[in-house]
Design a protein around this ligand. Structure first.
Ligand code: XIL
Length: 381
C-alpha cells in the first residue's frame, strides 16, 4: 500500500512525473572506466519491483541508460531475496530477477548476488515460521537451504560475487540474530556455515561475501565487535568466506544524527578494517549511498555536503588494496530506498545518490569519479 505521503514524496522525487528528456551524459570516462584503472568495478543496484514504485528502477528507461553509461556490474535490489523469490516453500518466482540478469548479460556487465540468506527474522517470508518442518527440523532446514542455493546459484551462473549471508549480527547487542532457520538448526553458525560451504561447491570461482551495515558511527561498537567475532569464527572453522561486504549506507539519519567523519571515528573505523583485512578478508562496498536526512534544505548546500562526505569515505576505503568493487544502492534520487522511509522533517525529497531525480549528475558523481581517479591500485587477486 502506498500512502498519500509516499505518493507525494515519489512525485517530488520525479518518480511519478517520469522524465521525458534525458540530460546529456557526463563528459569523460564512465565511473566503471575510472574504477577499472585501479582494478575495480563500479556498479549499482537496480530493482524490478511493481511498476511505478520506488523499487521499479529497471522499469524506467532513463534509469537503464544511466546503468549503461556508468556500470560494469549490477546487483538486484530485492529480486533474489527469499520474500521476493519464494512466495511459498515450493514456488520460485524467477521472472523479475531474470530480466535484470539478462540485461546485464546482454551488455557484458557483471552481476553480484544479493543475497542467499538475509539472516534477519524481519525479512524471512512468513511461511518459514509456519512451515511443517517434520520430525527432523534441522534436516528440513538443511534441505530448504541447499535446494535454494543449488537452484539460484546454478540459474545465475554469471554471478561472480555472492552476498551469501546478509546482516546476521544484531546491531544493538553484537549477538547473532535468531531466525526461523537458526532456531531449528542448532544455531546461526550452522546455517551460515552450510550456506557458505554449499555456495563454494556450486560456484567455486565466485567471491563469497559476508555483508553487513556496521559503520564507524557512535553506537556501532557492538555491531563492529560482533562482526569481528563472526569473521574470526569463520576462519577458525575453516568456512570459505572471501570478503566482508561493507554496505556503506553512510551519512546522516541512519543510526544517529552524525554527518561527520572526525579523526577519532576515522581511527576507530580504520582499526576495524585493519582487523578484517588482517584476518585475510577482502573488502567490497556493496550498497553505497549518502543519507541527507538532516542536511540543509538548500540543494546546493546539501549536495556539497553529501559529496564531501562521500569523497572522504571513499578515499579512506580505497586506501585499502584489499578493497574491491564499489556499488551504489541506486544511481538516481528517483529510485532510492531512502526516499520511502526516515522522512526529512521538512518533507523534501532526499538526494543521496550520484544523479538527481531528473537524471542530472550531481556533485556526488564527481566525488566518486575523483576518488576513483585518486585510488591506489587494488591488490591483484
Ligand atoms: C532494501 C531495499 O532497497 C528496499 O526496497 C526493501 O524494501 C528493503 O531492503 N541493506 C540491505 C538491502 O542489505 O537489501 C536493503 O535493501 C537496504 C539495507
Amino acid at each position: 500500500m502506498i500512502t498519500r505521503r509516499q505518493s507525494l514524496m515519489m512525485a517530488g522525487a520525479g518518480l511519478v512525473a517520469g522524465c521525458a528528456t534525458m540530460p546529456p551524459r557526463p563528459e569523460g570516462p564512465s565511473l566503471n572506466a575510472l574504477a577499472a584503472r585501479s582494478g575495480r568495478r563500479f556498479g549499482s543496484a537496480v530493482g524490478a519491483g511493481r511498476p511505478g514504485t520506488l523499487t521499479a528502477s529497471f522499469d524506467n528507461r532513463a534509469y537503464r541508460r544511466l546503468l549503461e553509461w556508468e556500470c560494469g556490474v549490477l546487483v538486484h535490489e530485492n529480486e533474489l531475496k527469499w520474500y521476493a523469490l519464494r512466495p511459498d516453500a515450493s514456488t520460485f518466482t524467477y521472472e523479475p530477477a531474470d530480466r535484470i540478469a539478462s540485461f546485464a548479460a546482454e551488455r557484458g556487465m557483471g552481476l553480484r548476488g544479493h543475497t542467499l540468506i538475509w539472516h534477519h527474522p524481519q525479512w524471512f517470508p512468513a511461511w518459514t515460521s509456519s512451515h511443517d518442518y517434520g520430525a527432523r527440523p534441522a534436516a528440513e532446514v538443511e534441505r530448504l537451504v541447499v535446494e535454494h542455493i543449488d537452484a539460484i546459484v546454478d540459474r545465475y551462473g554469471m554471478i561472480d560475487s555472492w552476498d551469501v549471508i546478509n546482516e546476521a549480527v544484531d546491531a544493538d547487542t553484537g549477538e547473532l540474530r535468531v531466525t526461523p532457520f537458526s532456531e531449528r538448526m542448532g544455531g546461526p553458525e550452522a546455517v551460515m556455515d552450510l550456506a557458505f560451504r554449499r555456495t563454494r561447491e556450486r560456484a567455486p570461482m565466485a567471491q563469497l561475501v559476508y555483508n553487513d551495515y556496521m559503520s564507524w558511527e557512535a553506537g556501532h561498537e557492538a555491531h563492529q565487535n560482533g562482526v569481528l567475532r563472526l569473521l574470526e569464527g569463520f576462519r577458525a572453522r575453516g568456512v570459505p568466506v572471501d570478503a566482508l561486504g561493507v554496505q556503506s549506507h553512510i551519512g546522516s539519519g541512519n543510526s544517529d544524527n552524525s554527518v561527520g567523519f572526525d579523526t577519532a571515528r576515522e581511527t576507530n573505523w580504520r582499526r576495524f578494517l585493519d582487523e578484517v583485512v588482517g584476518m585475510g578478508y577482502d573488502l567490497v562496498i556493496t550498497e553505497f549511498d549518502v543519507h541527507d536526512k538532516n542536511l540543509p534544505a538548500d540543494f546546493a548546500q546539501r549536495d556539497a555536503a553529501v559529496a564531501e562526505l562521500g569523497r572522504r569515505y571513499l578515499d579512506l576505503m580505497l586506501s585499502y588494496p584489499q578493497m574491491g568493487d564499489i556499488l551504489c544502492w541506486g544511481l538516481s534520487d528517483s529510485h532510492t530506498w531512502l526516499q520511502g522511509r526516515w522522512y526529512r522533517e521538512d518533507g523534501l525529497p532526499k538526494r543521496p545518490t550520484p544523479y538527481d531525480a531528473q537524471y542530472r549528475a550531481k556533485p556526488l558523481r564527481q566525488a566518486i569519479a575523483d576518488a576513483l581517479i585518486a585510488a591506489p591500485p587494488r591488490r591483484s587477486a
